[in-house]
Design a binder for this molecule. Structure first.
Ligand code: RB5
Length: 149
C-alpha cells in the first residue's frame, strides 16, 4: 500500500544542502519525508543513492521521490534503470509541471550546481501540485513502461 503523502529524498555528496532545504520545505507542506541521506560530505557514488530512492518508489513504500546530484543527471539516469521509475531532471517549473501532467513522472531530479535554492523550491512545488492528465498521455506512458520488458 503506497502512503499517499510519503516522499523519499536522496542525493550524493554534491547536493546535501539543497536536499535538506527541500526536505524542510516539503515537510512544512505536510509531506511525510523519508530522507535516506547521505548526511556527511564525503565523496560518494550517485548510482547507489539513485537506486535506493527509486526502490522506495518502485516498491510502493513512497508515492514520489526527489533526488539530487551536482547536475541532477547522473542520479536521474541511475533511478531510471529501476523498473517502474519515470524520473526527469528539471531546471525550470514548466518542465516540472509537465513531467507530472504528461509523463506521470514519479521522481524528480534536480542539480544543486545548476539551480539556486529559490528556484529549486519552486520546481518542487510545481512537481508536487501537478496531477497526471491521463487520456492520450496514458497510452504513451504505457508505451514507455512496455520498453522495460
Ligand atoms: C559529482 O562530482 C558529480 O559528478 C555528480 O554529483 C553529478 O553531477 C553527476 O551526474
Amino acid at each position: 500500500m503506497t502512503a499517499t503523502n510519503r516522499i523519499v529524498l536522496s542525493s550524493d555528496h554534491a547536493a546535501i544542502d539543497l536536499r535538506q532545504a527541500i526536505a524542510a520545505h516539503i515537510a512544512a507542506l505536510g509531506w511525510e519525508v523519508v530522507d535516506i541521506g547521505p548526511t556527511t560530505p564525503e565523496s560518494t557514488h550517485y548510482p547507489k543513492h539513485g537506486e535506493a530512492a527509486a526502490l522506495r518508489v518502485a516498491s510502493g513504500d513512497c508515492r514520489l521521490g526527489i533526488i539530487l546530484c551536482g547536475t541532477g543527471q547522473g542520479i536521474m539516469m541511475s533511478a531510471n534503470k529501476v523498473k517502474g521509475i519515470r524520473c526527469g531532471v528539471c531546471a525550470d517549473t514548466f518542465s516540472a509541471r509537465m513531467i507530472r501532467q504528461h509523463n506521470d513522472a514519479n521522481m524528480l531530479s534536480i542539480g544543486e550546481r545548476v539551480v539556486g535554492e529559490g528556484l529549486a523550491l519552486d520546481i518542487v512545488d510545481a512537481f508536487l501540485t501537478a496531477d497526471f492528465e491521463g487520456g492520450r498521455h496514458a497510452t504513451r506512458v504505457e508505451m514507455i513502461n512496455a520498453l522495460e520488458g
